[in-house]
Write a protein that binds this ligand. Structure first.
Ligand code: ZN
Length: 105
């Protein structure tokens, strides 16, 4: 594994609309009498304020490949936030946002 220099913000799980950078909130649906996680909302970890929703499961297009862990979530796909002003891209792995590359100044 690569030793990244960049900090990896923790994904804070919140029970409301995520507000702060890196916060995530799970969205549950009632499916035939039981409650299932259908997706996740996240606030971009870079601090730009962008929010994106990620759907999970066989009906999702795409299925972001949640690992099923609601305290240290991972998504199998690389993540970008379309309205992000800094172009942040990376992964959510075991509850941490790992940037694909460090921004050079
Ligand atoms: Zn951003």
């Amino acid at each position: 594994m690569n030793a990244h220099q960049a900090p990896s913000p923790k994904a804070m799980i919140v029970g409301r609309t995520p507000v702060h950078p890196g916060e995530v909130s799970f969205y549950c649906e009632d499916v035939e009498g039981y409650v299932a996680v259908a997706g996740m909302s996240a606030r971009c970890p870079c601090g730009c304020g962008a929010e994106r929703f990620f759907w999970f499961g066989a009906d999702a297009d795409p299925d972001w490949g949640w690992n099923g862990n609601d305290t240290e979530p991972s998504l199998h796909r690389e993540i970008g936030f379309p309205s992000c002003t800094t172009g942040w891209r990376g992964r959510l792995t075991h509850g941490r946002w790992l940037p694909r590359r460090t921004r050079r100044t």
